[in-house]
Write a protein that binds this ligand. Structure first.
Ligand code: PRP
Length: 213
């Protein structure tokens, strides 16, 4: 009997490529599209269940064993540092985490001597970056629409993900420095790698063959 596995796929920008990748190794479902309302799909022939979760939650599902495998951006892994295996760089979903600020920004006289405020959904990555540089910083944790923060005076700078750069440009923000590069990664629950050894290894191998590793 085939050991059943649960695979967590991330909503958002990585979902289409993630669905397509698993489809190519025979784990797909006709109802599973990037805009499906349903969040769980059984793939009977392959003894697999695909669940769609927020990208920020994929590593939690995998770390706690609610999913055996998952796909998540390296950007999230750098921030969350979950206790999971990360066997494959899937290469799609390339983006960068950057520090950005309003174009032509010069800190106003009243703020020049105060600690800079940086808005981000990556507080840990941001903290490590400024700590390495020895620059004091006040980090403002947001969940989204980060680019708005400097426009409304909530922050001096932002640390956010950039893919095409269109969002930065649309908000008159310019890149100051790159903090990290990111692509989609396969992650695996540590226990599943042992308890479901054959199935999980077979799947890792299939995915590697598929992406040409
Ligand atoms: C990211 C980021 C920017 C945008 C950048 O958000 O926060 O808003 O994408 O992409 P671009 O350089 O191609 O314009 P995302 O779409 O991941 O959504 P989120 O803010 O809900 O996480």
């Amino acid at each position: 009997m085939t050991v059943p596995v649960t695979i967590a796929l991330p909503k958002g920008r990585l979902l289409s490529d993630s669905i397509a990748l698993f489809q190519r190794i025979g784990i797909g479902h006709p109802g599973l599209t990037p805009h499906a309302r349903q969040l769980s799909f059984s793939v009977a022939g392959a003894a697999a269940q695909l669940v769609i979760v927020r990208d920020v939650d994929v590593s939690t599902y995998v770390e706690y064993g609610a999913a055996d495998l998952g796909i998540v951006g390296k950007d999230r892994l750098l921030e969350q540092r979950p206790a999971v295996y990360e066997p494959i760089d899937l290469r799609f979903g390339a983006c960068r985490i950057v520090l950005a600020e309003p174009s032509g920004a010069s800190r106003s006289a009243s703020r020049r001597w105060t600690t800079r405020r940086v808005a981000t959904k990556y507080p840990n990555v941001t903290e490590r970056f400024f700590l390495r540089k020895g620059i004091p910083v006040e980090i403002i944790k947001l969940s989204g629409t980060i680019e708005l923060a400097p426009l409304v005076g909530l922050a001096d700078q932002v640390v956010d993900v950039v893919q095409t750069g269109a969002t930065l440009r649309a908000h008159q923000l310019v890149e100051v420095e790159e903090l990290a590069r990111s692509t989609a990664r396969l992650i695996v629950n540590r226990a599943s790698l042992k308890t479901k050894y054959r199935r999980v290894h077979q799947m890792i191998q299939q995915l590697m063959d598929e992406i040409g590793e």
